[in-house]
Design a protein. Structure first.
Length: 102
């Protein structure tokens, strides 16, 4: 049985505004799985919040196109990165970026 496609409007805010609103003072693990909007999430983190992030896991859609840019953003903010892509992910042009603050 096929499901009917539904479209929903949602409010989108930069991650830094959420961190400020909730008074978050550290992030042990930031997991980003946003169906192609990974760079928008990462660019929504203000410079002052990057030191709060100890680790990040980012599922990257359009792997061939976006992997290097996602890695560059994380590296530029002091995290070391490791990438993985299995055969199923390769077929879907997605992959994982793991980042940790040394």
């Amino acid at each position: 049985m096929l499901r009917q496609l539904e479209t929903h409007r949602v409010k989108v805010r930069p991650l830094s505004s959420v961190l400020d609103e909730l008074g978050i003072d550290h992030i042990d693990l930031l997991k980003v799985d946003v169906e192609g909007a990974e760079l928008e999430v990462l660019t929504g983190i203000e410079e002052r919040h990057w030191p709060l992030i100890r680790q990040a896991v980012v599922e990257v859609e359009r792997w061939q196109q976006n992997r290097d840019t996602v890695c560059e953003v994380l590296l530029a903010h002091g995290l070391t990165v490791h990438t993985e892509q299995d055969s199923v992910q390769r077929a879907g042009d997605i992959g994982m970026v793991f980042a940790v603050r040394p």
